[in-house]
Design a protein around this ligand. Structure first.
Ligand code: G1P
Length: 290
């Protein structure tokens, strides 16, 4: 079995109903934070971690994601002829030559676990990363790169986690386990979106996972769980009775871009750091607040 992480799965079939009306006919993963679509942030994060094979689990209304990572001949020709080399570099840089993209459809909205299972034939029998593009993660190195680094020694499934306020446990997968050090916990349990009163801890799963291929076998026998969907969390709960699973407290910031508030926060923070408009935007913000 491969002991390195070479593939990343991006489940993007979700309807994005939390973001209506914007997502009625468009992919929520294509919503831009400043000037880059959410999915591109996630793909760049995986690429930075050394991953070159991107597997997208798509659905209807997501064609623009495929187009985004394809060559745009007309656009490139026009930019080339107009001598707009900087813009040409941006357009070409979206899909570096050594990056491979595969697409598979999730034909029915049966949940995150089902989406990951749809990628089985493209991933095969090797460990892989899962990135939920809704969670825009900013870290140095990237959160996925931090996890790949952990994987090099742990050789086991790893979930990115963060502490959340007790009244928010019902929005996340919540883990429990044995604290190994400041960063790592060995899991003894995981439960999807528990009410605060039932939550085993306040350690919540952010949308980054490294999973061992055995997860596919577990997903095949995972019954429908929270929300009537096949939950990745439930398959991980099954997995940890058979092999070790770790939670990793990442270094960095997570923006919940599946919510309007998180999306606005990401826009302001990333806007302030944008190389082109950051300085001007920051001074505009400061002026506005005074
Ligand atoms: C999913 C997972 C959940 C995880 C969360 C992170 O939930 O099911 O366990 O904590 O992503 O963003 P969703 O936000 O898709 O409802």
């Amino acid at each position: 079995m491969n002991t390195r992480i070479l593939k990343a799965v991006f489940p993007i079939a979700g309807l994005g109903s939390r973001f209506l009306p914007a997502t009625k006919a468009s992919a929520k993963e294509m919503l831009p934070v400043v000037d880059k679509p959410l999915i591109q942030y996630a793909v760049e994060e995986a690429y930075e971690a050394g991953i070159r094979h991107m597997v997208f689990v798509t659905g209807r209304t997501k064609r623009s994601v495929e187009d985004h990572f394809d060559t745009a001949y007309e656009l490139e020709n026009e930019l080339e002829q107009a001598g707009k080399t900087e813009l040409l570099k941006i357009a070409r840089g979206i899909s570096p030559d050594d990056m491979v993209c595969s697409y598979v459809r999730q034909p029915r909205a049966l949940g995150l676990g089902h989406a990951v299972l749809c990628a089985e034939h493209l991933v095969g029998q090797e460990p892989f990363a899962v990135l939920l593009a809704d969670d825009l993660m900013v870290g140095q190195p990237s959160i996925t790169a931090q996890m790949v680094q952990q994987f090099a020694t742990l050789q086991a499934s790893i979930l990115a986690v963060q502490d959340v306020p007790l009244d928010q446990t019902n929005r996340y997968g919540i883990v429990s386990g044995t604290t190994l050090d400041a960063q790592l916990t060995q899991l003894s349990g995981i439960v999807e979106k528990p009410a605060p009163a039932d939550a085993p801890s306040t350690l919540a799963v952010a949308g980054r996972y490294i999973l061992m291929p055995r997860i596919f076998e577990e997903l095949k026998t995972t019954p429908k769980g929270a929300g009537g969907e096949i939950q990745l969390t439930d398959a991980i709960a099954q997995l940890l009775s058979k092999e070790k699973v770790f939670a990793y407290r990442y270094h960095g910031t997570r923006y919940d871009c599946g919510s309007k508030l998180g999306f606005l926060q990401a826009t302001v923070d990333l806007g302030e750091h944008h190389p082109q408009v950051g300085a001007e935007f920051s001074s505009w913000l400061a002026q506005r607040q005074s």
